[in-house]
Design a protein. Structure first.
Length: 155
């Protein structure tokens, strides 16, 4: 199993302990409760993932999977052609896209992407610069070192 699989696996868990000030722990527990966490462990795991994400997103050469979410006015002249051109001529892999009709004028797309973080960022920036794009947000999924994929794929 690769590091990503380990980060999101519930089978391969270890119990750890560490020291915190009681005030900090009390504030953490309060926030976790406000956010709806059922367990401290789950909240700590999510906090660790965010820590990795924050640190790893500075490494532009890492391979990431993610989503680029865009909203746009579909009446804008040539916008669909420009989006399609970027999708077909970028340095990333477009895995899939989902088109959503939001209103009479506006549509949204969720584009599943894979590539070097620098190239994925460039793709999102190029989309953002298209006239008529109202929103463009990159949501990278993985910032963890990956081992070579195996033939095994389990859900």
């Amino acid at each position: 199993m690769n590091v990503i699989g380990v980060m999101y696996s519930e089978k391969n868990v270890e119990r750890i302990s560490f020291t915190l000030s009681s005030d900090f722990l009390q504030e953490f527990d309060k926030l976790a409760d406000e956010l709806g966490y059922k367990s401290r462990s789950h909240a700590i795991s999510d906090a660790m993932r965010l820590f990795f994400k924050e640190k790893k997103q500075k490494e532009q050469n890492i391979e990431v999977d993610g989503f680029v979410i865009i909203a746009y006015n579909h009446h804008q002249r040539n916008i669909l052609e420009e989006i399609t051109h970027l999708e077909h001529h970028s340095d990333i892999s477009i895995k899939s896209s989902l088109h959503i009709h939001v209103s009479e004028e506006n549509c949204s797309e969720v584009i599943a992407v894979k590539g070097k973080l620098e190239n994925v960022n460039n793709f999102a920036n190029q989309l953002q610069s298209i006239k008529g794009i109202l929103l463009c947000e990159l949501v990278p999924l993985y910032f963890f070192n990956q081992q070579k994929p195996t033939d095994e794929h389990h859900h």
